[in-house]
Ligand binder design. Structure first.
Ligand code: FE
Ligand code: ZN
Ligand code: FE
Length: 196
């Protein structure tokens, strides 16, 4: 009985710092999964802009793996990965998006949709981990996690931008956008006239 309790206390977090360590092991695995998955997404992407965005995020992701190793070092704990089931599922969905033969740019947009779910998942993970680090009064670790959090947000915004660009390149789309612009200009003029 006593032995069972002991082995359990070694495995399961018994402190806030223990919970943080567990979360970090999950994120560490998630980032490593992504380092493997991103090159496949680059290959599956059709547009150069999406390929470049994903390649750039691959470089950033490799840096995030190293940053997590720095975090483990600061905590004085071994850098250990614990299978992230969430990322597994998101990557499986991404694979589905890559395998469907949609016409462009919709195939790329489907890949972006999957990639953005990954980014949002990471934003949630780093947000929680950073908050936990703050609560354990570890400002250095909180700062490192904040850096990765900012990078994930940037990646998410970049992907939205790529979708917008892909859509504006669609034939017929340019006219529509011009019409919309004209309309909003007229609205501005109307508002100004009313204001004066
Ligand atoms: Fe990441
Ligand atoms: Zn996870
Ligand atoms: Fe990411």
């Amino acid at each position: 009985m006593a032995q069972k309790t002991q082995s359990r206390s070694q495995k399961e977090p018994q402190s806030l710092e223990g919970v943080l360590y567990k979360e970090l092991q999950d994120i560490y695995d998630a980032e490593k999964q992504l380092v493997k998955a991103l090159p496949k997404m680059v290959k599956a992407a059709s547009s150069e802009e999406l390929q470049e965005a994903l390649e750039e995020h691959l470089r950033v992701t490799e840096g995030q793996v190293e940053r997590l190793e720095q975090v483990f070092e600061r905590l004085g704990r071994p850098a250990k990965a614990n299978t992230c089931e969430g990322m597994k599922g998101l990557i499986a969905e991404g694979k589905e998006a890559m395998e469907q033969k949609a016409s462009e740019p919709f195939g790329d947009i489907a890949i972006i949709a999957a990639a953005q779910k990954v980014e949002h998942y990471e934003i949630a993970s780093y947000g929680t981990a950073r908050a936990l680090a703050e609560m354990t009064d570890d400002a250095d670790v909180a700062d490192l996690l904040q850096q990765s959090l900012d990078e994930e947000k940037e990646a998410d915004e970049k992907l939205t931008e790529v979708t917008q660009n892909l859509l504006s390149d669609l034939p017929g789309q340019e006219e529509e956008m011009e019409e919309e612009e004209e309309e909003s200009e007229m609205n501005t003029m109307r508002t100004r006239r009313r204001a004066s």
